[in-house]
Design a protein around this ligand. Structure first.
Ligand code: R5P
Length: 296
């Protein structure tokens, strides 16, 4: 019997297999369905669950859309691991849904991100791992170790493999300045700062940035592309300023609604990690996750 297993959550099957292969440990398939009344069901596809007693069960399950289903499946998987007697239950949630609701923005709101983390912890997780968390401050109240792994070097490696002309990295808002500075350094580009404001009620954004970018290639690296509004607005300004090739890199390609069209129609290429599955998720975070578990 193995002492370590990777459990492939329904939302991260490909990534879980990659991680298990890198760690050279068995990967366990999960069966899942939704009952006619909308309730979730999940089960480890094994004949005998006593094999997991005293083992380490690494659960990998992202929480993109439909996020509530994916979160319930995750909670069930953690509770199964606890029930079958795993000695360690590290939980990898490559994209943590609700991570942007990390504080009270308007009176009367819930701090959803913290509640989700509390649920994961109280279900039985012994460690929490995610990729590029929106705000690491959400980990502050956690009693188990929590880590946000940094995929920016992997994204930078991908972009560096292309021939870029006098590259410029644009930071679209205050929150992305550190990430953008790190990214610019890694690809050897100049850094340009834009300013974004978002209407908390309508979600509408406004952006200020005025640059001359004649013939230069422009990249933006953000944590999340959701509606694509942030990226498209910044890249339109860059294009107006004379930019040549446009790249939108992100850790989490949620690509809601017409986000792909919005960015594609201004001639931008999207490069994302497989923390969330999408046709643009070409950079695998499996080595990052596997390396975390290889550390002594
Ligand atoms: C915001 O603070 C985040 O870092 C992203 O910039 C934002 O979530 C992207 O959302 P959207 O694609 O809808 O503009």
């Amino acid at each position: 019997m193995a002492s370590k297993y990777v459990i492939a959550g329904p939302a991260s099957q490909g990534l879980a297999v990659q991680v298990a292969n890198l760690l050279k440990v068995p990967v366990i398939e999960t069966e899942y369905k939704k009952f006619p009344d909308g309730e979730n069901y999940v089960r480890l596809n094994v004949e005998d669950d006593s094999i997991f007693k005293d083992s380490e069960m690494i659960i990998i399950q992202t929480a993109d859309y439909p996020q509530n289903d994916h979160l319930w499946e995750l909670l069930y998987l953690i509770s199964i691991a606890k029930r079958v007697g795993a000695s360690k239950i590290p939980v990898v949630v490559p994209y943590l849904a609700y991570s942007r609701q990390d504080k009270v923005f308007r009176p009367g709101e819930a701090i959803s991100a913290k509640l989700i983390l509390q649920l994961i912890e109280s279900a039985g997780a012994t460690e929490f791992i995610t990729i590029d968390i929106h705000a690491p401050e959400v980990f502050a109240d956690m009693k188990i170790p929590a880590h946000s792994l940094d995929p920016i070097p992997l994204l930078a490696e991908n972009l560096k493999s292309r021939k870029l002309t006098k590259p410029v990295v644009i930071s679209p808002d205050k929150g992305s300045r550190d990430r953008s500075a790190q990214f610019a350094k890694l690809i050897g580009a100049e850094l340009v700062l834009f300013d974004k404001t978002r209407d908390r009620i309508t979600g509408e954004i406004e952006m200020q940035g005025d640059v001359k970018l004649d013939g230069r290639d422009v990249a933006i690296a953000d944590d999340i592309i959701a509606t694509g509004g942030t990226m498209a607005t910044a890249l339109k300004i860059a294009k107006k300023g004379g930019a040549k090739k446009l790249f939108a890199l992100c850790s989490h390609a949620l690509l809601i609604g017409n986000a792909v069209f919005k960015m594609g129609s201004i001639g931008c290429e999207i490069i994302a990690t497989n923390a969330v599955n999408s046709p643009m998720s070409i950079v695998s975070v499996a080595p990052l996750i596997a390396d975390h578990f290889k550390k002594p």
